[in-house]
Design a protein. Structure first.
Length: 384
C-alpha cells in the first residue's frame, strides 16, 4: 500500500466507514446517479454521496457537459478566466448578503481564508469556533499543530450560550466567531440570534461555515433558511457537485480585506470546476432541487426513525436534519457492524456522520434503501 492510511481522504478510510477492511468495498470504480460500483463490479445504493459533495447525483449530465467543454478549452491559463466573474455573479445572487467572492479548491481552504480576512479586518488574533472546519493548523489540536497556534482558538459546544459568553469574555481580542450552523440537528433560533448579536457587540466577524448546508437545506444554507446573516459565509461541497471548488463570500468592504493579505492558489481559477459550479447554479434555477432534497430527505429521515423503532437494541437515535442525517448506534461496535451489514446488502451508509439524499434519490430507490437497511439490522440482531 503506497498511501498511508489507505486513502488521502481520512473520512473514506475503511476504519472510518466500516471499522475494518475485511469483506467490505475498499475502492469504487465508477458512479452514476446514486449508484456506486466497486472494483469487482458490484453495485451499491449510496447514501454518502461523496461526503455530501454531490447533491444532483453522480455524473449529472449538465455538469459533466459543462466540465467537458472547459477541458477542451484548456482548463487553466496565464490570465483569470471569464468564468470566474460569471460564477461570482451567479453565486452572489444565490447567497444572502454576498457582494464579493473569493474562490478556492476546498472547504478547509475557504474557511481558513475567511479567518484570515477577519483577522486583517479586525487586527485581532483569537477565534472562537463551533464545529468542524477542516484539517489546517488554525482549527486543529492534533499532533503536529504547534501549541502556540492552538492557543489562538477556543472551541465551544453547539447551542451553548453560556460557553459562548465565557469564551468571548470582553471580546477585545476576538477576530472571528466561526460556526457550523447545523450540528446533529437544526440550530435553536436563539443560538443564531445570540451569535449575531454578540459578534456585532464586540466587533468580531461572524462566519458561517456552510460547506455542508449551502445548496442543501437551502441555496443560501442556514443563513437563508433562518434569516440570520453572518458577515462571511463559506460554501463548497454541493456547489461543484463533485468537482473541487469552494468560496468565501461576504460584503464588499469586508471582502476587500483579502487584498491586504495573501490568499492565493494556482488552481483556484481553473476552469473545469468553475464550469461545473456554473452548471450547478443553473440547474438550481431550472429544477426544484431544494424542494426535492427536502421531500426525499424527509422520506429518508422518517424511514430511519422507523428502522430505529424496530431495532432499539441497535439504534439509540436519528441525528441531523432530513437533508443530512445519520443513525446513532448504541455502541461503536454496533455502528461498525451495521455499516458492514448494510454494505453486504448493497447499501453504503455513513455510520458516524451525515448521509445525504440527492436529486437522484427517488421513491423507489428510498424504498430499496429501507429494505436493505432492515435486512442489515435483522442480520445483526440474529448474531447479538
Amino acid at each position: 500500500m503506497r498511501i498511508p492510511g489507505v486513502t488521502s481522504t481520512g473520512s473514506k478510510r475503511p476504519e472510518a466507514l466500516f471499522g475494518t477492511d475485511v469483506d467490505v468495498p475498499l475502492r469504487f470504480a465508477r458512479a452514476s446517479g446514486c449508484t456506486v460500483w466497486d472494483e469487482t463490479g458490484r453495485p451499491y445504493v449510496d447514501m454518502i454521496m461523496g461526503l455530501g459533495a454531490v447533491a444532483l447525483g453522480y455524473g449529472y449530465p449538465a455538469v459533466i457537459g459543462a466540465a467537458a467543454k472547459a477541458l477542451e478549452a484548456g482548463v487553466t491559463g496565464p490570465l483569470p478566466p471569464l468564468l470566474e466573474d460569471e460564477v461570482a455573479e451567479r453565486l452572489c445572487a444565490a447567497i444572502p448578503g454576498a457582494e464579493s467572492v473569493r474562490f478556492l479548491k476546498t472547504g478547509a481552504e475557504a474557511v481558513a481564508a475567511a479567518v484570515r480576512i477577519a483577522r486583517v479586518q479586525t487586527g485581532r488574533d483569537r477565534v472562537v469556533t463551533c464545529g468542524y472546519h477542516g484539517w489546517l493548523d488554525w482549527c486543529q489540536g492534533e499532533a503536529g499543530v504547534p501549541h502556540a497556534v492552538r492557543e489562538f482558538r477556543t472551541e465551544i459546544a453547539f447551542g451553548d450560550v453560556s460557553q459562548l459568553e465565557s469564551a468571548l469574555g470582553a471580546g477585545a481580542d476576538v477576530a472571528a466567531i466561526v460556526v457550523e450552523p447545523v450540528i446533529d440537528g437544526p440550530p435553536p433560533l436563539q443560538w443564531l440570534e445570540v451569535l449575531r448579536a454578540r459578534a456585532t457587540a464586540i466587533g468580531a466577524v461572524l462566519v458561517f461555515d456552510e460547506i455542508k448546508t449551502a445548496f442543501r437545506i437551502a441555496r443560501g444554507g442556514a443563513a437563508e433558511r433562518w434569516g440570520i446573516l453572518p458577515d462571511l459565509l463559506v460554501v463548497g461541497k454541493a456547489l461543484g457537485n463533485g468537482f473541487p471548488i469552494a468560496a468565501v463570500t461576504g460584503g464588499r468592504d469586508l471582502m476587500n480585506a483579502a487584498c491586504e493579505t495573501w490568499i492565493s492558489s494556482t488552481l483556484a481559477t481553473e476552469s473545469v470546476s468553475l464550469a461545473a459550479a456554473k452548471a450547478v447554479l443553473e440547474t438550481y434555477d431550472l429544477e426544484p432541487v431544494i424542494a426535492h432534497l427536502e421531500s426525499a430527505g424527509q422520506r429518508f429521515f422518517d424511514g430511519l426513525r422507523i428502522c430505529a423503532e424496530r431495532h432499539p437494541h441497535i439504534v439509540a437515535a436519528v441525528r441531523g436534519m432530513p437533508q443530512m442525517c445519520y443513525l446513532e448506534s448504541r455502541t461503536a461496535e454496533l455502528s461498525a457492524a451495521l455499516a458492514r451489514a448494510a454494505a453486504r446488502q448493497g447499501l453504503l451508509l455513513k455510520r458516524t456522520a451525515y448521509n445525504y439524499v440527492s436529486l437522484a434519490h427517488g421513491e423507489e430507490t428510498l424504498t430499496s434503501v429501507f429494505d436493505r437497511l432492515d435486512r442489515a439490522m435483522e442480520e445483526i440482531a440474529s448474531t447479538c
